[in-house]
Design a protein around this ligand. Structure first.
Ligand code: FES
Length: 86
């Protein structure tokens, strides 16, 4: 599991192994989504801290490595806490 902090509200949530990041954060922020499968780009979100784990098909290899943005509908986290600009 990992923690996700929503920077605009300061809310901190835990994402369990069997949960998706989007399902956990959606009730607590105004994230816009469309495909919910990592290919449309609607849910692209700035990553303020933490190491995102990318599962989308949009970002380039460079963008993945930079880790400054992610598609939260399919992404997860490789560090213990992810801080999102939400
Ligand atoms: Fe389409 Fe996330 S909702 S990439």
């Amino acid at each position: 599991s990992f923690e996700v902090e929503l920077a605009k509200s300061g809310v901190v949530l835990t994402v369990a192994e069997d949960q998706g990041l989007l399902e956990v954060i959606e009730p607590h922020c105004d994230i816009m989504t469309s495909c919910e499968d990592g290919f449309c780009g609607t849910c692209e979100t700035q990553v303020l801290a933490g190491v995102p784990e990318h599962h989308d098909t949009i970002l380039s290899e460079k963008e993945r490595e930079a880790g400054k943005t992610m598609m939260v509908c399919v992404g997860r986290c490789q560090s213990s806490r992810l801080v999102l600009d939400l």
